[in-house]
Unconditional design. Structure first.
Length: 276
């Protein structure tokens, strides 16, 4: 039975036309057992965030003709995987009842220059993952291979628009990517949290000490010509980040009497801090 979020899609003329055409192209033969196929199965499961993405819902590469028995076995395998604990299938998260849920498959990677953001992403991303990094978008627009150039002013506005469009794809979970890594050098703790909430992302803070960041910058041959500028940017990032922590508002404890000071200086904690 179709989930509530998918009923309108399965009742649509577009899906009925697509499914009939696909079954016909397979001569109504089950692609699993060779029996008589009567159902078109989505290989990558439909979910609330991709139900409006035709590359998922209508792309023949994501479809499979199956008989009733094989279709039931497909879902039985899924049910077994889901039982008792959350699971992932084709990059999509499912709960213990087999219902698709929004999984933390988007990661906002924050840190200063030299903190290891690029290294972190390269060591964690998979073949089908999406990486959004403003520096590399600018470099691509200027026909350069790297993302460490400082003067991207000629293409910055265009790059920001490209990034905005990519953010929309991530928010709506459009496309065939499995996970997304969004890289940002913002030093404001509240801005980090805002972007993470906007993208429904897990925040990864690379809180590498300034001394180590500076050492990495000095040892990076790609930064030789602009080494002092990167050192300055790293120092500024750490200072701005430290100051931003002092502006974080912590709700007063219950029972606080009226008129008392309700703003406290506090350390901002993140759900997934990583030190590299």
């Amino acid at each position: 039975m179709a989930k509530d979020f998918a009923r309108a899609f399965y009742d649509s003329q577009q899906w009925r036309k697509t499914s009939r055409a696909y079954l016909s192209s397979k001569n109504y033969i089950c692609e699993d057992c060779g029996g008589a196929a009567c159902i078109v199965h989505h290989i990558r499961h439909l979910a609330p965030w991709n139900i409006n993405d035709p590359e998922i819902t209508l792309d023949w590469g994501n479809l499979k003709a199956v008989c009733e028995k094989c279709h039931a076995e497909e879902h039985a395998k899924d049910d077994k995987a889901f039982r008792g604990k959350p699971a992932k299938l084709n990059g999509i998260g499912f709960d213990e009842n087999g219902d698709a849920v929004e999984s933390p498959n988007v990661f906002l990677v924050c840190g200063s220059p030299g903190s290891g953001k690029t290294t972190y992403v390269l060591s964690h991303k998979g073949q089908n993952d999406l990486v959004v990094d403003l520096d590399y978008i600018c470099a691509a627009l200027m026909g350069e291979g790297g993302g460490v150039r400082l003067d991207f002013r000629p293409v910055l506005q265009t790059a920001l628009e490209v990034r905005r469009l990519l953010y929309e794809c991530i928010q709506q979970r459009r496309g065939k990517w499995e996970r997304a890594f969004v890289v940002t050098a913002t030093a404001d703790a509240l801005e980090m949290r805002r972007i993470a909430q906007e993208l429904s992302a897990e925040l990864v803070l690379l809180d590498t000490p300034l001394k180590e960041c500076l050492e990495r910058i000095r040892n990076d041959p790609q930064r030789n010509r602009s080494r002092r500028k990167f050192e300055r940017l790293a120092a500024e990032w750490h200072e701005k980040y430290r100051q931003s922590l002092q502006r974080v508002y912590i709700p007063p404890p219950s029972g606080l009497k009226g008129g008392e000071n309700t703003t406290r200086q506090a350390t901002f904690s993140f759900p997934s801090g990583v030190r590299v």
